[in-house]
Design a binder for this molecule. Sequence first.
Ligand SMILES: [Zn+2]
Length: 273
Amino acid sequence: MEERATAYNTDANVLLLQHKYDLVDLDPFGSPVPFLDAACKSVKKLLLVTATDTAPLCGAHTGGLRKYAAKPLNTEYHKEMATRILLGRVTRDLCKYDQAVQPLLSYSKSHFIRIIARVAKGAKKADACMNRLGFIAHCFACGNRVSSHDMQGIGTKCELCGAKIRLAGPLYLDPIKEYRFCEQVHKELAIREQGKKKEALKLVATSMNELDIPFYYEHHAICKALKVQPSTIATLIDALRSTGFSASRTHFSDTAFKTDARLEEIKAVLNAL
Ligand SMILES: [Zn+2]
């Protein structure tokens, strides 16, 4: 049978509410929010969302709460904050239609955020998905941060320095990528001829090996706070690993790292370098 594609020049919301699609790729100018509800109702298997309104998502401008029903904070890890707030909004919009999100690859690049996610049908799966949302408490005095799935475990003061903490969320706290999917994308990219191939390979490889821990640390910001000369990221990651912690680079920033070590433990490793 001959394969056909049909193109429409019509309001995306009208089209999405009239038809169900296996794959929906939402790539509007600016915020995807005006189309997100209809996209979540329409999609059956794979949902892709691009957002270019990174300022409200990052907390750099107001509007995060209004558009995404979540409070962002403008921290050193604002790119990840934005990605997880967008994923949180996608989770909640899908859940209304008994659908669950399974992020396959989520990334932030220059002026946009891109989410590629599998969608699974079922009220129980959707309920389980809502449990992946949570909050992050950030201390602007010392840089300490704590993530939690509920607000009960979060106090009002920083446990390290006693300063008042600020809350961001709700946002998506579970892994934002799936290793096997990234691996397949990487293999496929490697055999293709395409523009910006090197850049794309680096992005996928770094995402694939990035720790599934919410929120990265900016290497230079920590060194400045500690008044120590920054080593290379590779040296710091090796030092954290040899001390028994997990550590990785992050695609969000070339000058940042992720680790399961707490802030005071990172400082001890840095001071020993
Ligand atoms: Zn603090």
